[in-house]
Design a protein around this ligand. Structure first.
Ligand SMILES: C[S@@+](CC[C@H](N)C(=O)[O-])C[C@H]1O[C@@H](n2cnc3c(N)ncnc32)[C@H](O)[C@@H]1O
Length: 221
């Protein structure tokens, strides 16, 4: 097995389960046009997030890290009637591109992008009683993942699903001596998640068109 096989199988799954979708394609293409990094979740991962949101019967979703709103569109499409998604994004330009994509996809009325550092907006969400959320997707900068998880717990109820992306990092999490800040961030998070008595959690490894990585899944007790 190699990356070529993983990509071919990813495409096989996408061809089977993902019909052409102009809004999602436009969101992905907007990255290149705006000179933004191509670091959205993959199409099959987007569908997976959509399925998770449906499984949660989600009415309120929180996302950390919007980029161009690709994952946001997938999750917002799973919201119940009257549902709401709040996505936090530090970069004003990313937020502007995402808002356009959300409008084009017809979810602009239920998905809101808030601009600022997630670590500063999260306490405001708590203070303003904007929780609890049914599903929380952590996909912003990696060093503060542990702190994001702690805030996510404050914005949860029993049964909330917390998901954190990119927690395996091409297997680099195995290197205890890594000096990569992103690796160190997710190592610290993975340990904190495993030790937390507030959740039942695990990590699934992910392969495909994106680099070899992993997603942590946790249900709040
Ligand atoms: C991996 S991308 C998000 C991808 C998006 N969830 C998707 O799959 O379509 C990470 C995003 O987090 C944003 N970000 C980085 N640091 C942040 C912070 N401190 N607070 C909020 N957003 C941040 C970046 O600007 C970037 O747009």
């Amino acid at each position: 097995m190699n990356q070529q096989t993983f990509e071919a199988v990813d495409k096989y799954i996408a061809d089977l389960f993902l019909p052409p979708d102009d809004s999602l394609d436009a969101a992905e293409q907007s990255l290149e046009k705006a000179g933004m990094p191509a670091i959205s979740v993959s199409p099959n991962q987007g569908k997976f997030l959509h399925l998770l949101a449906l499984t949660c019967n989600a009415n309120k979703i929180l996302e950390l890290g919007t980029l161009a709103g690709y994952s946001t569109i997938w999750m917002a499409r799973a919201l119940k009637e009257g549902g709401k998604l709040i996505s936090l994004e530090v970069d004003e330009k990313h937020a502007a591109v995402a808002r356009e994509n959300l409008q084009r996809a017809g979810v602009g009325n239920k998905a809101e992008v808030r601009v600022g550092k997630a670590i500063e907006i999260l306490p405001q969400l708590v203070q303003n009683n904007e929780g609890p959320f049914d599903m929380i997707f952590i996909d912003a900068d990696k060093p503060p993942y542990t702190e994001y998880f702690e805030w996510a717990l404050k914005l949860s109820r029993p049964g909330t699903l917390i998901i954190a992306d990119n927690v395996i990092r091409d297997g680099k999490v195995l290197n205890e001596d890594s000096d990569d800040e992103m690796v160190k961030g997710v190592q610290r998070f993975n340990k904190a998640l495993a030790a937390s008595t507030a959740v039942t959690a695990s990590i699934i490894q992910t392969v495909g068109v994106k680099e070899y990585d992993g997603m942590a899944l946790a249900i709040v007790k």
